[in-house]
Design a binder for this molecule. Structure first.
Ligand SMILES: [Fe+2]
Ligand SMILES: [Fe+2]
Length: 404
């Protein structure tokens, strides 16, 4: 990090800390990439210096290494489709910046995970259908009570805002997480919201119940042993997908963005059941995907004969999860196979964007495949990707802290 005087600042530099005016007003958040218009504003408000991230020019050799590294993640994406080319450029830039900032590209050895031999699966390949696996899980463990009470409220159109606040407030940790989330940049409310009833009033009753439902479902998985799988990475990917899903949904008309955040958050929920029931096989699938640079969903199919959406379908059905949300989750790898593909298409694109930005964060999995029809259906304009990635960067760290 370096402090630069106003006359040393140039477009393209990235702020290393929040930039405030003399009166303490926030001008730009940390992580903002300065543009000419920002510099003009800084001059106008009389800011004299700013803390920016170190930039160093990458050698041609390093640039080639970065490009080769990034290209590997795009093997399953059509190289001639203009939005794919644009996404590749965005990821290349992000990765280049990360490397310039001191991040080292993971080498091949790092792509191999620790030994998984000690794990014993409850089901072996061919011995359990997704339905049997889910049945075994749902019979064994009971789902949190609060989940069902929220679902009732969600289904009851006449439920009052007070009733919703009351149900949510019975679970302290759920209420705390919800408040953190509505106070995060996901909403960007100007002042702090300190009660659930205020959150219901501001966010909306249905929207807040949807958020509460998703968060209570997540709590069910809090006991998955961390040595089994890197749960932090799993949730980072899920939250990232949720953020992008909400950004994409906000660019459409007439959609409630909260539903998409939750669908994104839970899009790979089938994988969590696989971690619990088939730890060895799911780790094997992860290794297979990394070593061969194939999408994880394809690796699951090779190792297990089914994939995580085959698991999420019976799982969400047994939880009586709202149908629209379930469809988005179950079809996120094949959105165009769904009769009304718009909603699953949003999760599909968000999942790809999540995998894409994670390349520059040490993500290990190639993009699952960018369905051109799904992208086209969303009618996103040209500058969308750059804006969406910038929005994501502004939000991710604070939203993560709402969950961990
Ligand atoms: Fe997935
Ligand atoms: Fe995913």
């Amino acid at each position: 990090m370096a402090i630069k005087r106003l006359d040393e600042l140039t477009a393209g530099m990235v702020l290393a800390s929040d930039l405030k005016a003399e009166d303490g007003r926030l001008l730009f958040k940390s992580g903002t990439e300065l543009e000419e218009r920002h510099l003009t504003l800084l001059e106008r408000v009389g800011v004299s210096s700013a803390e920016v991230e170190d930039t160093c020019e990458l050698s041609d050799e390093t640039l080639c290494e970065v490009e080769d590294y990034v290209r590997e993640f795009f093997l399953y994406v059509d190289p001639d489709f203009p939005p794919s080319i644009e996404l590749f450029r965005v990821v290349l830039e992000l990765t280049g910046k990360a490397v310039a900032g001191g991040w080292t590209l993971p080498d091949v050895a790092e792509r191999r995970a620790a030994s998984v031999e000690h794990m014993a699966d409850l089901f072996l390949k061919g011995m359990g259908s997704p339905e049997t696996i889910v049945k075994h899980e749902t019979e064994l463990a009971s789902f949190p009570d609060v989940y069902f009470r929220i679902r009732e409220v969600l289904e009851d159109d006449s439920a009052s805002a007070d009733r919703i606040a009351q149900v949510v407030s019975t679970d302290m940790s759920l209420a705390a997480k919800l408040l953190k989330l509505v106070n995060s940049p996901l909403y960007g409310f100007p002042s702090t919201i300190d009660s659930v009833s205020r959150a219901v009033a501001l966010v909306g009753a249905k929207e807040l119940s949807t958020l509460a439902l998703g968060i209570s479902a997540i709590n069910y998985f809090k006991d998955i042993p961390p040595e089994l799988v890197d749960m932090k990475s799993f949730w980072r990917h899920s939250i990232t997908c949720g953020i992008f899903a909400k950004i994409i949904a906000s660019a459409q008309t007439g959609l409630s963005p909260e539903r998409f955040f939750i669908a994104g958050l839970l899009h790979d929920v089938g994988r969590l059941i696989m971690f619990k029931k088939l730890p060895y096989a799911s780790t094997e699938a992860m290794l297979f995907a990394r070593e061969n640079s194939i999408p994880l969903v394809e690796a699951e199919r090779s190792v297990l004969d089914f994939c995580h959406t085959d698991i999420s379908a019976p799982l969400l059905k047994s939880w009586q999860f709202p149908e629209g949300l379930s469809d988005m989750i179950n079809y996120h790898h094949s959105p165009m196979a769904f009769p009304n593909p718009l909603e699953p298409a949003i999760i599909h694109v968000a999942d790809n964007l999540a995998n894409a930005v994670q390349v520059a964060e040490g993500g290990m999995y190639v993009l699952p495949g960018f369905d051109e029809d799904a992208w086209t259906l969303l009618g996103l304009d040209e500058g969308f990707l750059d804006r969406a990635v910038e929005d994501y960067r502004q939000q991710i760290d604070t939203i993560l802290t709402a969950f961990f």
